[in-house]
Design a protein around this ligand. Structure first.
Ligand code: GLA
Length: 377
């Protein structure tokens, strides 16, 4: 389908078609840029890209999801941002150049996807990782999937201006069917953890988060201030016990709360992965609930809609745990439950949310999926 749309628009066949998924994080929020652990899985929803090289130095981009922008064009010689969605793939092209892989020719790209935009399911990371995957194949670049994730993060940090960590791009590039990834963001050491038979359901609050809005970068600065006060290079170098002994060193109460969240959340991610390993879903769920409370009270990245969704879900029979997922300020909750509870969960959540906020939220039952892939056409 993507290849056909590409052909209609660019009047030639694509050479490569790639796909990169979005992600949902089960636990370990705002720990990645603090050298801690995260526990995401890749989704089946994601972004597809069909592409072909050109012989000149022009880059052309079309997105089914942003039809109004039509064909967006850049010259390889001038990759300055144009304030449109295509700045993301162009950021990846600039990042490849920074990593020592400048493109010698232009190319044409057609994107389409089924990830809700601005819902905290990493549509930007999927866009970056699918671009990287397709570029690797088009230009035969010797990059690994992990490097594609790092290049995507570099593009977002340097060229989009969001100082994000590595979690989203890593999950999109490295996801594995049926598994979550326990990733230590400081070293990129990771292991896959089978999710077993429990059901995972995402609820979209419909509140569009905007990561670039300064709050995310503010949190990073507050964490850095806490690091200096604690005289550590990264917050997750400390255990919760060490933090308790040293918390008085942070004089600013806001920075102290931020550090507390990060350090305890890192422990929760490790404990959560261990609970899953021994099949203790009740323990995993309790950690999810504690994570939500900490994000709401100490990290202050939740909102009324997410709090309502998490609290309502936590009271439903058969639900192990519920929490906001991703950067926050809107977006989605992730909910872990017995498979038999899914139907009851969906109807209860739809009715409760509609009564409180006036519309029925989108709900996606999900299964953990594989990461980015591509094929020659
Ligand atoms: C966003 C960022 C990630 C991570 C999460 C919060 O999704 O892109 O790197 O920091 O927020 O856990």
């Amino acid at each position: 389908m993507n290849a056909a749309a590409f052909e209609t628009i660019f009047e030639k066949q694509p050479e490569v078609v790639g796909f990169a998924p979005g992600r949902v994080n089960l636990i370990g929020e705002h720990t990645d840029y603090n050298g801690g652990h995260v526990f995401p899985c890749a989704l089946q929803m994601g972004i597809t890209c069909a592409a072909a090289r050109r012989t000149d130095g022009t880059l052309r981009f079309v997105s089914e999801n942003f039809c109004s922008t039509g064909i967006v064009e850049y010259a390889l010689a001038d990759l300055s941002p144009q304030g449109v969605w295509a700045d993301y793939p162009v950021g990846v092209i600039r990042a490849f150049a920074a990593y020592g892989y400048p493109l010698e020719h232009g190319a044409d790209f057609y994107f389409s996807g089924d990830l809700p935009d601005g819902a905290g399911l990493s549509s930007s990371a999927a866009l970056e990782v699918v671009t990287g995957t397709v570029l690797r194949d088009l230009f035969s670049l010797p990059v690994t999937k992990q490097e594609i994730a790092l290049i995507g993060q570099f593009a977002e940090n340097r060229f989009i201006g969001v100082n994000c960590g590595i979690m989203d791009q890593f999950a999109s590039a490295m996801g594995k069917s049926g598994c979550a990834i326990l990733l230590h963001a400081g070293t990129l050491a990771y292991e896959y953890a089978p999710l077993g038979s429990a059901a995972l359901v995402i609820v979209n609050s419909g509140v569009k988060h905007s990561l670039a809005a300064s709050a995310y970068n503010d949190r990073r600065r507050e964490c850095e201030a806490a690091c200096s006060a604690l005289r550590v290079s990264t917050l997750c170098a400390l255990t919760p016990e060490e933090f308790e002994r040293n918390r008085h060193l942070i004089s600013d109460p806001v920075c102290r709360k931020r550090a507390k969240h990060v350090i305890y959340e890192n422990r929760r991610a490790l404990d959560g992965a261990a609970a899953l390993r021994r099949g203790d879903l009740a323990a995993f769920g309790a950690l999810m609930n504690a994570s939500h409370a900490s994000l709401r009270d100490d990290y202050e990245v939740s909102c009324a809609e997410l709090d309502f969704l998490a609290e309502t879900a936590q009271k439903i029979d058969g639900v192990y745990g519920a929490r906001m997922t991703g950067g926050g300020f809107g977006g989605c909750t992730v909910n872990l439950m017995e498979p038999a509870a899914v139907e009851r969960f969906v109807t209860t959540m739809q009715a409760a949310y509609a009564e409180r906020f006036g519309f029925v939220p989108e709900i996606y039952p999900i299964t953990a999926a594989d990461g980015a892939r591509s094929e020659r056409v």
